[in-house]
Ligand binder design. Sequence first.
Ligand code: NDP
Length: 313
Amino acid sequence: MSKDIEKVECLIIGSGPAGYTAAIYTSRADIKTVVYQGMTPGGQLTMKTEVENFPGYPEGVMGVDMMEDLKKQAQRFGTDVRWGVATKADLSARPFKVTIDDDKEILAESLIIATGASARWLGLESEKKFSGSGVSACATCDGYFYKGLDVAVVGGGDTACEEASFLSKLCNKVYLIHRRDKLRATIAMQNRVFNSKNIEVIWNHIPKEITGDETVKGAILENVKTKEEKTIDIQGFFVAIGHTPNSHIFKGQLDMDETGYINTPPGSTKTSVEGVFAAGDVQDNVYRQAITAAGSGCMAAIETEKFLTDPGD
Ligand code: NDP
């Protein structure tokens, strides 16, 4: 049976702030734009409750509502927003071939990859149970809700240390739980943790369970060496054990760092393939904010417009 094939001027994969912002700009520039929403329509923000740090919402906004607004704004300018997950890509020649749901083939004159990144989780049942009601993977997004309370951060890298340090300014007490006796984070970041009076590092421990009823009340930790268990009383539990960029279908075709983040030069969203741009968390392992993703979506759209007008430029 022959595959369903369609030509598209600008294909955007991903529907977080980067994807929709790119779509608003390309559609407004009269470029025929199709967005495939991906596995999580609306992106990571739809898994959060309230977003308080996106400019323009003085009272805060529900993540789901904000993403619906961005979608409607893109549709207003003609973006064709569709359900579907990009399952395969061939970037060896233009138009680029992208397969959706292992079935439909899109031939794209230009491609904006805005597939985001997924937070890694510990895999505990209780982690799922309290997701959005005490468990979070983003202190910058959710830390404010724990003002004056006791919280825990899991991890020993730069993210965990940065989150612990951020939370220490808001919270009464921060436990940093690390599975080894040495942090992976850079020395500067480690020093921030060690110099904070209200951060206590719990070395050589892993969380076994998060406890509570409606909301988080504590955590059971296991010493990885002695297997002894201890409990801590906390109201917030932050997981900071890394993110995985959703770039696997482009592996071997685009320059990436060793963890899969797509390489783009500073101040640009250009990838190693001309006509392919990457925006948002799939190319940013430092800021990872909705507003920075939206900003890079805008950059990708402007670079796409320039590319389509004059591909050789
Ligand atoms: P990392 O991969 O650097 O660190 C992950 C941490 O989580 C490690 O300490 C690891 O332990 C721990 N971990 C992993 N899996 C588990 C698990 N199942 N249970 C318990 N602990 C676990 O990720 P980051 O997100 O911290 O950083 C990613 C990249 O982004 C790094 O290159 C970092 O430097 C960069 N970054 C830079 C920042 C900055 O410059 N401001 C801020 C944030 C990130 P172990 O050490 O034992 O492996």
